[in-house]
Design a binder for this molecule. Structure first.
Ligand code: F6P
Length: 341
């Protein structure tokens, strides 16, 4: 059996741990050989491959990024994209494909599986917004990076009597903001699932200063003000039609400064949240995902995605991962609201 492996979408801590586990178990236990496809779906689309074996995966467990490269290539936006992929899989003697990615990469995998391609998915994203799994790998690392940043920003906020707005990633889900905001003791957390009222935010800011503390506001990049309360700007679209987010932190800080007269600064954590070495939890999860993904290949259980349920790794249909975005439940947000202000 010859297995192709690709990583698509935004890079994410733990990708290399998955690749290593897939290859190690595939070679050692099943005697498979592997081919790496470069840069997500661009690899099988344009037939860009690389060697992938035990030698290539040595020492990569703690390394961030992906040794296979990544891109946001959408083969369904290319004329005859699907035929090009199936032809290149045949040309490389590939019997099965392990696709490691988020909503977009696994969305393509789902459609290819429907067209008869033997594919198993592994859920990756710092955003934690895929269905069917309790957590995606990469999320824990992003939350830890954001939490450390918030911890550090408390001291500047207090010393300078400033409002500090921390903008975190997460696309249209507020998981990173909610988890890091709670862990870092933020005074206000704003998430896309709950449009915010700027008047209320300013009231909380003022209350915080009355208590002789300075507020830290964690805002998810996809957070939006309630309709008609604050101006927003539209971003560009990527190949999957997703808007490029970012900038809400800055606009929020300016609005708070104008309304309360308190100095407000913004820190945009950006790609630092996706960079560097994965946490122990993400290495554990990514490794187990990889071990189970290659087992799914061995069992011929295609069109599935490995998923975490409690402490078990299970298989679910790919569509469960990508069919619906997993967003923050309002009850969980209300829990955190008790600590605001
Ligand atoms: O999906 C991961 C993610 O980091 C999102 O949180 C963010 O909106 C997006 O990717 C940024 O993508 P890019 O690096 O392509 O700008």
């Amino acid at each position: 059996m010859r297995v192709g492996v690709l990583t698509g979408g935004g890079d994410c801590p733990g990708l290399n741990a998955v690749i290593r586990a897939v290859v190690r178990r595939g070679v050692d236990e099943y005697g498979y050989d592997f081919v790496g496809f470069r840069d997500g779906w661009r690899g099988p689309l344009e037939n860009v491959t690389c060697e992938l074996g035990i030698r290539q995966v040595r020492g990569i467990l703690p390394r961030g990024g992906t040794i296979l490269g990544s891109s946001r290539t959408n083969p369904f936006k290319v004329d005859n994209g699907v035929e090009m992929i199936t032809d290149n899989l045949v040309a490389n003697g590939v019997d099965a494909l392990v696709a490691i990615g988020g909503e977009d990469t696994l969305g393509v995998a789902t459609k290819l599986a429907d067209r008869g391609v033997n594919v198993v998915g592994v859920p990756k994203t710092i955003d934690n917004d895929l269905g069917g799994t309790d957590f995606t790998f990469g999320f824990d690392t992003a939350v830890n990076i954001a939490t450390e940043a918030i911890d550090r920003l408390h001291t500047t906020a207090e010393s300078h009597h400033r409002v500090l707005v921390v903008e975190v990633m997460g696309r249209h889900a507020g998981w990173i903001a909610l988890h890091s905001g709670l862990a870092g003791g933020a005074n206000i957390i704003l998430i896309p699932e709950q449009p915010f009222d700027i008047d209320h935010v300013c009231t909380l800011v003022e209350r915080r200063f009355q208590l002789q503390y300075a507020p830290i506001i964690v805002v998810a990049e996809g957070a939006v003000p309630a309709a008609g309360t604050m101006q927003t700007v539209d971003g560009e679209l990527d190949a999957f039609g997703h808007v490029r987010l970012g900038g809400i932190g800055d606009r929020l800080a300016r609005e708070i400064e104008a309304r309360t007269g308190k100095e407000a600064r913004t820190v945009v954590l950006g790609h630092t949240q996706r960079g560097g070495t994965p946490t122990a939890f993400d290495r554990w999860l990514a490794t187990r995902f990889g071990l189970h993904a290659i087992q799914a290949v061995h069992d011929g259980d295609f069109g599935t995605m490995v998923a975490l349920r409690g402490t078990d790794i299970v298989r679910v249909p790919l569509i469960e991962g990508t069919g619906e975005l997993k967003t923050v439940d309002p009850a969980q947000y209300s829990e955190a609201e008790v600590l605001f202000g």
